[in-house]
Design a protein around this ligand. Structure first.
Ligand SMILES: Cc1ncc(COP(=O)(O)O)c(C=O)c1O
Length: 388
């Protein structure tokens, strides 16, 4: 270990949790009902209101919400689903869970997101859905995509795993898709430990997702518990156990109340990086697109040749200084699980460029000025060094 690494480690992310979450958990424990129940219902209502949608269905993760989204949209074997390769692998995996075929499309290097053009290049005669991702929290430009998909009768699923608190044209992201999914993993903006949510304006899809997540039983466990002589339940179709617990939902309620504060702080930190590194050549920072605002779930930076040190070289320099940054978003098509799949007609040039050249800087609510200065100074020193 170098002398520098002996100083306090700075992680890429640290959830903002405190006494209020502990108190909320203690109350659930004292109530005696810890599985899916009244707190989950309350969290669903509060989340739907905050995201300006009619229906919210809590799940065990965003991955399971994605699976349910594809099932309620009627996607199955023989269908093609256009997805960005530049995303956490769960986006593509969910498509394979329903027996459909993920078709990878490229992204816009300015945002890291799919566009109507990149989706159009990947359409096939069998395309039934697209999954658009608000990558790293940057809102996807949904309106042109919606217009393209409506013309071809293609369902739009929005993977907003990273994007709670991001805005599209002045509204929360996700309102324009047929169905949207969210993550509450600790790397995200709000956390419930693990957890996810499915939101939609469609009452029929919400109702089906609600039963599917609970083994497709006609009477929920909460309702059965509420009556002394539980009514007999019927299992309508093959379902899943994708339930969130009341313990998670109680934490989620506290976190949701902090959303605006969390996003404000993350935007402050991102602005401080940009200001602190303004004189350094060869760095391109993620920023708000013209049509919306990002929550900076991932504050990514592209390391260009003018920087003088490679992306991996900069990651090593940061690690030597006790700073845990991360390689940029992965590219699913390069993973063994997806080798040999269809890349669409346009290739994945921008995806490969972004996954090879970007890195994600530490951003979390309690990141202090001293730590930030340490990160900025380490990057400045690496910029002055010889090309690694
Ligand atoms: C874009 C995207 N989709 C889906 C997921 C999966 O979320 P979860 O861990 O809640 O299943 C992630 C998690 O990193 C993600 O970044």
């Amino acid at each position: 270990m170098t002398a520098e690494a002996a100083v306090a480690r700075i992680n890429v992310m640290k959830p903002w949790l405190g006494d209020e979450e502990a108190q909320a958990l203690a109350e659930v424990v004292a109530s005696g009902w810890v599985a899916q129940g009244p707190r989950v219902k309350e969290f669903e209502g509060a989340f739907a209101a905050s995201q300006e949608v009619h229906h919210a269905v809590a799940t065990s993760s965003c991955t399971t919400a994605l699976h349910l989204a594809l099932v309620v949209a009627g996607i199955g074997p023989g269908d093609d689903v256009v997805v960005p390769s530049l995303s956490f692998i769960a986006t593509a995996n969910a498509v394979t869970y329903v027996g459909a075929n993920p078709v990878f499309c490229d992204v816009d290097p300015a945002t890291g997101n799919v566009t109507a053009e990149t989706i159009h290049a990947a359409l096939t005669l069998d395309t039934r859905a697209v999954i658009v991702v608000d990558q790293g929290g940057v809102p996807v430009d949904l309106d042109p995509i919606r217009e393209l998909c409506d013309r071809h009768e293609i369902t739009v699923i929005e993977d907003a795993a990273c994007a709670v608190g991001s805005q599209y044209k002045g509204r929360p992201v996700g309102t324009g898709a047929d169905v949207t999914v969210w993550s509450f993993h600790p790397r995200k903006i709000l956390t419930t430990g693990e957890g996810g949510m499915l939101t939609t304006q469609r009452a029929d899809w919400a109702a089906r997702a609600r039963t599917l997540r609970e083994h497709s039983m006609s009477v929920s466990a909460t309702d059965r518990h509420g009556s002394l002589l539980a009514p007999p339940e019927v299992y309508l179709e093959i379902g899943f156990n994708y339930r969130m617990t009341d313990l998670q939902a109680a934490v989620g309620m506290v976190q949701l109340r902090r959303l605006a504060q969390i996003v404000e702080r993350r935007r402050e930190i991102a602005a401080a990086y940009v200001a602190g590194l303004a004189g350094v050549r060869g760095l391109r920072f993620v920023s708000d697109p013209p049509y919306g605002t990002t929550n900076f779930q991932s504050c990514w930076v592209e390391v260009l040749p003018a920087f003088g040190t490679s992306r991996d070289g900069l990651l090593s320099r940061l690690a030597d200084a006790g700073i845990s940054a991360r390689r940029g978003i992965m590219a699913a098509h390069r993973q063994p699980a997806y080798r040999g799949r269809d890349y669409g007609n346009a290739g994945l040039r921008q995806t490969e460029r972004m996954t090879d050249r970007t890195l994600i800087l530490p951003v979390f609510h309690e990141l202090d000025t001293v730590s930030m200065n340490r990160i900025i100074n380490t990057i400045k020193a690496a910029a002055q060094g010889a090309g690694t």
